[in-house]
Design a protein around this ligand. Structure first.
Ligand code: MRU
Length: 347
């Protein structure tokens, strides 16, 4: 069977599928240092909120093998490594959540020597990994109850096994639905500028044999107007206590369109994507990326004058009032989100 994973940890080594090469080439590479890990995340060779967290945790654990044997120097190197990895991408809170768990291993074991700390870091990374696989299963299990036979579902960006270390967030729901009802169909936004929909989601769904159609981002309004879309399912990079959702740029437009056309709009995310310290749309950190990503098609061919100014926010914020419900690994959360988010997440 073809590989349906995004990372693998074998015999003390961390490997990842380079997503910038998909769908043309399936190339697995090794990551063995913090400098490599930073670049791999920054350049989107691995991406997707939950996967970034799992990958960063493993990256720290494998890199720690080369840190100094002397405890104070080891701790200094580990602290620098954690802050450097955290600086790679600002929006997905899962990165910070996973690295804070790794930091806690160091902080909570002051009496351990460096060899024991290395083992504990590895154990924690493996735990974060196996938990992520389980979270994906639970989101799929809860979310499938929202789907009916024959549903035509619009999705945005990539939220599947390439964005997590399990089956995905929104795509986990879609995979469950596809097992249950053979007649669902997925409409995939291509997701400019980096084309995660066209390159990654279309590749995943074809590989998983889920009926799907690729559309450009500016076709979703027309598809909704034509009655071709029954529901929207997509993921999240960070969710506030009020249910405001930072997700791939273009999510907000889809939410506004869904509201106008009275189409249910569902966000699917694990508890690790919530940031309950934040409670307003403006408080969500939005990553600004290289303007060349807009001037070129997928970082290769210029499609605009090289000297034209461009603006490239990688994420946008969808206010909670546009969201029908948030599917989590602990259950489905309906509005009012400020009351129901803490209630469900405390479970
Ligand atoms: O820039 P990316 O490709 O990392 O953005 C990914 C998304 O926006 C996903 O929708 C999100 O991480 C949630 S799904 C796992």
């Amino acid at each position: 069977m073809k590989d349906m994973r995004s990372i693998s940890f074998k015999k003390g080594k961390l490997f990842y599928l380079d997503q910038t090469k998909l769908p043309l080439v399936e190339k697995w590479q090794e990551c063995s240092s913090i400098a490599q890990g930073y670049r791999i995340i920054k350049l989107l060779k691995i991406r997707g909120a939950p996967l970034i967290g799992v990958f960063a945790a493993y990256c720290l654990a494998v890199s720690a093998e080369k840190f100094a044997a002397k405890k104070d120097l080891f701790l200094k190197q580990a602290t620098y490594a954690i802050s450097h990895l955290k600086a790679s991408r600002p929006t997905a809170v899962n990165l910070f959540w996973a690295l804070d768990r790794m930091q806690a291993v160091l902080t909570n074991n002051p009496d351990k020597d460096t060899d024991s700390l290395k083992k504990l870091l590895l154990k924690q990374a493996a735990l974060i990994h196996s938990e992520d696989v389980a979270l994906c299963k639970n989101m799929g299990r809860f979310g499938v109850s929202l789907i009916r036979p024959g549903d035509r579902i619009l999705t945005h960006c990539n939220t599947g096994f390439l964005a997590t270390s399990g089956n995905g967030t929104a795509l986990s729901v879609i995979y469950e639905a596809n097992k249950k009802y053979k007649d669902i169909e997925v409409f995939i936004d291509e997701t400019r500028p980096l084309l995660q929909g066209a390159r990654l989601t279309a590749w995943e769904l074809c590989r998983k044999k889920v009926p799907c159609r690729l559309i450009t981002d500016n076709m979703s309004a027309y598809c909704m107007q034509q009655g071709l879309i029954d529901k929207v399912f997509l993921g999240a990079d960070r969710i506030t206590a009020n249910g405001d959702v930072a997700n791939k740029i273009g999510t907000y437009s889809v939410a506004v369109l869904a509201k106008y056309h009275k189409i249910p709009f569902y966000v699917v995310a694990p508890f690790s994507s919530f940031d309950l310290n934040l409670n307003s749309p403006g408080s969500l950190p939005i990553e600004q990326r290289n303007p060349d990503e807009i001037r070129k098609v997928f970082n290769r061919v210029y499609i605009a004058p090289r000297n034209v100014k461009s603006y490239n926010p990688a994420f946008d914020v969808t206010p909670g009032e546009l969201i029908t419900a948030i599917v989590t690994d602990k259950g489905i959360i309906y509005p009012p989100f400020n009351k129901n988010i803490p209630k469900i997440l405390e479970k």
